[in-house]
Design a protein. Structure first.
Lengths: 178, 329
């Protein structure tokens, strides 16, 4: 069985290899080699991480920020689906995401210089992705890209579509059509 | 040492699986290596237990059941005292004659409320060179490069340097004299010289560390203990003593990081002349002027099952607000 750490690692590595820029994230057990991007709760002004949210990986491609959540089974993804939908739907959370990137100078560096535009256009500028071990019977939710990976190979597909081993073109197509 | 490598005999013990996968990708010679997770204290094979006695490294590579390399990876810039948190695990490897590599940024941007460029505490480079000489075992710091904005590179190319070192070492049959080890040793020496030239204080101990005549220490011991303690006899054989002062209070003295790691750095830089912690040309005394003996023993016992055991790893003793605890001759 492919564990969550392995899914996280190969998602990161193979996106990088495909030319898709991974800009941040944190593996399941913490201790990240990547910048940690943590969204503070929009209603919370005090210090601390209570109520905050973070995604496992963040990547940028074609001017879109990809939120990626990794799990070791499709049966565990619903919480992550809800979280990512909320981040994209809720202007407060989208703003918190821009603030978290800006704190590490990642917003402007990756083509998102203006907070107001990022929040206003969040449906176009942010896209959700799930990463799991290969599970042919599983259909991702509408609007999500599914990465299926283990140590051997990585493929991607959307709901109702077939798997593709060409990450770059598949992600580009997904963003063009999302 | 040169031997025909059988990759299936390689085992990667890792603190987290993704770290093990990352390490395996550094060399095609590791592609058949198997993985084991470093467990909690008392749950690992005896050899692993010995190597994690001070602290857990990210990677321990075994060949034929013998440890051949310890590696620690961090994206944190080793400025100031940060580096101390990871020194113990490196030293422990060297004590067991296992080469140790630290893969870390030498310079990179720190983010947050007070964003700034952070530079390596260059003393650590001299510390590694001294550790290598004293244990006759390679101790390397390999740079995790940054881009032109001082942001850490994370596109995969950051691994080129560390990959070359690890691959060359394995390909050489774990030869401590392999080219990459000595190329990086030279780089460390050059970096130390360059950084001290740019920032003179790195060529001297920091303000918290004083090198004093041992007779001065004798006076401090008498004064703190109200005249009830004198200088231990064998300490008097060393004319000088390094006093490392930490301002911890009684309320906040139950801690190790980063001080327990920094004691190793100052020990190797200024005191040690042999592989055993007792091999010193200067005494090393840890000074806690705001903590009493009673409170110290309560908060930081010499208990192998806790991290506080690190306090007892190398110093000759502790100078406390009301006296002295002697640890070794």
């Amino acid at each position: 069985m492919t564990d969550e750490d392995t899914v996280w690692y190969y998602t990161w590595k193979r996106l990088n290899s495909a030319g898709i820029r991974v800009i941040g994230g944190e593996p399941p057990g913490g201790s990240s080699p990547l910048p940690r991007i943590e969204m503070k709760h929009p209603d919370k002004t005090a210090k601390g991480s209570r109520g905050s949210r973070k995604c496992d990986l963040y990547a940028v491609h074609d001017g879109t920020l990809l939120l990626i959540e990794a799990k070791d089974s499709h049966s565990k993804v619903q919480g992550d689906v809800d979280k990512m939908v909320d981040i994209i739907d809720d202007p407060g959370w989208a703003g918190a995401l821009w603030d978290a990137m800006d704190e590490r100078r990642l917003a402007a560096r990756n083509g998102f210089p203006d907070r107001a535009t990022f929040v206003r256009e969040r449906g176009r500028l942010i896209a959700p992705i799930l990463a799991v071990p290969p599970e042919p019977g599983f259909e991702p939710p509408e609007g999500f890209l599914l990465i299926e990976t283990d140590e051997e190979a990585t493929t991607v597909r959307v709901r109702g579509g077939g798997p593709s081993g060409h990450l770059l073109s598949a992600v580009t197509e997904f963003l063009g059509g999302s | 040492m040169h031997r025909a490598l059988e990759p299936s005999r390689l085992v990667i013990f890792c603190d987290a699986k993704h770290e093990g996968l990352w390490f395996r990708d550094l060399s095609p010679l590791l592609s058949d290596a198997s993985f084991e997770t470093i467990g909690g204290r008392g749950t690992n094979p005896p050899l692993i237990e010995k190597l994690i006695y001070y602290d857990r490294p990210d990677i321990i590579l075994l060949y034929d059941g013998e440890p051949v390399l310890v590696l620690e990876k961090t994206s944190e810039v080793p400025s100031g005292h940060n580096i101390g948190q990871r020194l113990g695990r490196m030293v422990r490897a060297l004590e067991y004659e296992v080469p140790a590599i630290m893969f870390m940024p030498f310079d990179s941007m720190k983010h947050g409320k007070f964003s700034s460029l952070c530079n390596l505490n260059a003393r650590v480079l001299e510390g590694y060179l001294r550790m290598w000489d004293i244990h006759s075992t390679p101790a390397l710091a390999v740079n995790w490069p940054s881009d032109s904005d001082w942001e850490l590179i994370t596109d995969g190319s950051e691994d080129d340097g560390i990959s070359a070192v690890v691959h060359d070492f394995i390909q050489s049959g774990f030869d401590w004299g392999c080219d990459e080890f000595f190329r990086h040793r030279a780089l460390m020496a050059e970096e130390f010289t360059r950084r001290v030239a740019a920032h003179g204080p790195y060529g001297r101990p920091p303000p918290s560390v004083k090198i004093v005549p041992t007779r001065v220490l004798a006076g401090m011991i008498r004064q703190r203990s109200g005249g009830t303690r004198s200088l231990p006899a064998k300490w008097a054989n060393r004319p000088e003593t390094v006093v490392y002062t930490m301002g911890m209070t009684e309320q906040k003295c139950k801690r190790q990081d980063p001080y327990t790691g920094m004691q190793f750095l100052y020990d190797y830089q200024h005191c040690r002349n042999g592989p055993d912690p007792g091999d010193k040309r200067r005494n090393l005394v840890l000074d806690f002027p705001k903590v009493s003996i009673r409170r110290w023993k309560e908060a930081n016992p010499n208990n192998p099952r806790t991290k506080s055991v690190l306090w007892y790893a190398t110093a000759n003793g502790f100078l406390l607000s009301d006296g002295l605890i002697e640890v070794r001759d």
